[in-house]
Design a protein around this ligand. Structure first.
Ligand SMILES: Cc1cc2nc3c(=O)[nH]c(=O)nc-3n(C[C@H](O)[C@H](O)[C@H](O)COP(=O)(O)OP(=O)(O)OC[C@H]3O[C@@H](n4cnc5c(N)ncnc54)[C@H](O)[C@@H]3O)c2cc1C
Length: 328
């Protein structure tokens, strides 16, 4: 008899189904996973907190400059061939003095294209000069978790990963400030509460007790967070450089199919169902589950569960071996 351990993990909740948070519409609203990539030294910005709006601006400028470079190269060839500057040619072309040549229509249209590209580039370059990295961050907790519209359960690890991300951002640039908007911050684990407090004291993190209702955007692509401050008992708003959404941990999309294939039951949240008295045992003997395939949990808990699941599987296999030996 063999044993199987399922360690198929989780998916992150897609926040675009909460239109009031503007994910996908407001450039500088990102998920925590995307934020981790930005913070990463091997990520797309080498760890600098360049805002997505500025990355998009730079990409647009690079595109236009490429087009302009191409047009200028072709114009240069025509100037050389006809021994004339484009400006000179255009003056003659507009007044009909240029005469007839197969190149002239193309030359004029290329000159117009280059002029239009230059005109388009000028305001974008000005904006690029004013661009800055993100220094004022907002973290929004429970995006898709503890929300009856989506998932009732707590995703358990997001409070701590938001504190961690705010701490790393501050380590990278000590002018960074972070506001973590939460119903309550669940720092459950050894040393977690102390870590949270350290963030408040030494990493410019403010914990705001309030559920965010909406995120809008100003003309400079700065997200504006509208929330109910439960301590002040007022609806407040504040402008940030970037907003990070702590999205829920949800069952991976392949979980129902895998459960069907293996004849396993799922729990009310769609994760693999386990026995409360034997938390790694699925509804079928010999099949075990560990980590987020069973429900949201952090890395240390997933690793501890993985060791336990491996031990449970070894137990089944070795017992089968003993039976086989005993029977021979
Ligand atoms: C933004 C973010 C930051 C986080 N930061 C922290 C942190 O700082 N500290 C911490 O403790 N936790 C953190 N977590 C939580 C952490 O990601 C999870 O606790 C951990 O990944 C769970 O591990 P797992 O092995 O159960 O699942 P996963 O890490 O999801 O691994 C499952 C693996 O199984 C593979 N798989 C899926 N289906 C199949 C299949 N059918 N066949 C073969 N392979 C398959 C997947 O591709 C994946 O590689 C963070 C989570 C997020 C979203």
């Amino acid at each position: 008899m063999g044993a199987i351990v399922l360690a198929t993990g989780y998916d992150v909740f897609d926040p675009s189904v909460i239109p009031e948070y503007g994910y996908g519409r407001i450039d500088n609203v990102v998920t925590a996973l995307e934020f981790e990539r930005l913070l990463s030294a091997s990520g797309p910005t080498a760890g600098h907190l360049d805002r997505p709006s500025e990355l998009a601006l730079r990409a647009e400028i690079a595109d236009l400059e490429k087009g302009l470079h191409r047009a200028n190269r072709q114009l240069g060839k025509l100037e050389e061939k006809h021994a004339k500057k484009t400006s000179e040619f255009m003056d003659e072309f507009k007044t009909g003095k240029s005469g007839d040549d197969a190149d002239f229509e193309r030359w004029a249209s290329l000159a117009e294209k280059a002029a239009a590209l230059k005109e388009e580039l000028a305001p974008l370059k000005k904006k690029e000069v004013a661009a800055h990295t993100a220094k004022k961050l907002a973290f929004i907790q429970c995006v898709g978790s503890r929300d009856f519209r989506f998932n009732r359960f707590c995703s358990s690890y997001c409070c701590m990963h938001s504190v961690k991300e705010a701490m790393i951002a501050h380590e990278h640039d000590n002018e960074t400030t972070s506001s973590i908007f939460c119903m309550d911050l669940r720092a459950v684990g050894r040393g977690f509460e102390e870590y949270k407090l350290r963030g408040g004291k030494s990493a410019n993190i403010e914990y705001v007790r309030g559920r965010v209702a909406e995120i809008t955007e100003d003309d400079s692509h700065n997200p504006i967070v509208w929330y109910e401050s439960t301590t002040a008992r007022r609806v407040e708003h504040e402008t940030f450089d970037m907003v990070v959404l702590a999205t829920a941990c949800v069952p991976s999309v392949s979980t129902p199919k895998l459960a069907e294939l293996m004849g396993l039951e799922l729990d009310e949240n769609g994760f693999f169902k386990t026995d409360p008295l034997a938390p790694l045992d699925t509804s079928r003997p010999g099949i075990f589950v560990c980590g987020c395939a069973q429900g949201p949990m952090d890395i240390p808990e997933s690793v501890a569960q993985a060791s336990s699941a491996a031990a449970r599987a070894a137990e089944v296999v070795s017992m089968a071996g003993e039976v086989a030996v005993g029977g021979s």
